[in-house]
Design a binder for this molecule. Structure first.
Ligand SMILES: C[S@@+](CC[C@H](N)C(=O)[O-])C[C@H]1O[C@@H](n2cnc3c(N)ncnc32)[C@H](O)[C@@H]1O
Length: 293
């Protein structure tokens, strides 16, 4: 069984070998975006210089505790792409891909610009290239003019348009954690499918996954079910408490088994996933389609 650790406090103080205790193999960075949002324990209205100095320090400290060949995924708004790439480069990381996470919804456009419909995720490695990269295959729906089903799916590319964001209010569905009054517990909760893809692509069973801005702990929830060790750092004790309860009892909405089928064309999937064989519901489907065929 994998281990997890939740550290409550400022990640700048916790990102050290003593506090994290093992070398990190993969990091997901989803910081507050400094856009004046209402965080209880964080000033989201820093000057641009202060904010990017802080992010640079996070990238540097993360680099220092990462194993050679380890990876980082840094998520941000597309307008900050230049700063993200600079932060990573200046702290020793080697750029690998700029992933476009295309949302299902878009922002209302301002009068002089196109409406925004994606977020960037910069993927970089410690060293020339990453030590682990599992080439996942997915099977997106066929475009309307395609006649034949693809037999083996397609490799995942750097445009991810098949993962739905947890949009505001009730549209966020069951996955969004909610307060008693039905309001969302944390407006920046990331979808589990996003972390599942990152962890499956860039780590193996037993690796250590780090999230310095853990929020509701989506990274730890995915890592735990994939038999990877994880460390989450979160400054707000209420969020940290939520991470703990989310991990103690995995909710149906957080169960990753339902995504196994999406990656079924991936070579060695059960090994990458950290299970002996496909989940029962997937096996049943496979049997049925073999029977139908
Ligand atoms: C964008 S949210 C992360 C959401 C997360 N990916 C999830 O799925 O829930 C950023 C989180 O960072 C936390 N935070 C802000 N400043 C921090 C700091 N200096 N150290 C640790 N956590 C911090 C905030 O409280 C917030 O929960």
């Amino acid at each position: 069984m994998s281990d997890y650790k939740i550290l409550i406090g400022d990640c700048l103080e916790s990102l050290s070998r003593e506090k994290i205790s093992e070398a990190v193999d993969l990091t997901f960075l989803d910081p507050p975006f400094n856009q004046g949002k209402d965080y209880s324990f964080h000033n989201d209205n820093l000057s641009s210089e202060e904010y990017w100095n802080m992010m640079k320090e996070v990238c540097q400290k993360t680099f220092n505790i990462t194993s050679n060949g380890g990876a980082i995924y840094f998520m941000q708004r597309e307008k900050n792409t230049e700063d993200v790439l600079r932060c990573l480069r200046e702290t020793g990381w080697t750029f690998q891909n700029l992933i476009i996470w295309k949302k299902k919804t878009s922002a209302v456009p301002v009068s002089s610009k196109y409406g925004k419909q994606y977020q960037i995720i910069a993927y970089a490695a410690k060293g020339e290239k990453a030590r682990v990269f599992n080439r996942l295959r997915i099977s997106p729906p066929l475009p309307p003019n395609y006649k034949f089903q693809r037999e083996n799916g397609l490799y995942v590319t750097d445009v991810w348009d098949d993962i739905r964001e947890l949009t505001s209010g009730y549209f966020a569905g069951d996955e969004a954690l909610r307060n008693k009054d039905g309001a969302r517990f944390h407006k920046q909760q990331a979808p589990l499918a996003l972390l599942l893809r990152i962890i499956l692509s860039s780590s193996k069973v037993g690796d250590a996954v780090l999230d310095p801005f853990a929020g509701t702990g989506t990274t730890l929830v995915a890592a735990r079910q994939l038999n990877r060790n994880s460390v989450g750092i979160e400054i707000d004790p209420k969020n940290a408490e939520m991470i703990r309860s989310r991990l103690e009892e995995i909710r149906d909405a957080d169960n990753i088994e339902k995504y196994y089928q999406d990656y079924i064309h991936t070579e060695n999937l059960s090994k990458i996933w950290g299970v002996k064989s496909a989940p029962a519901n997937v096996k049943k489907k496979m049997k049925q389609s073999a029977f139908a065929g």
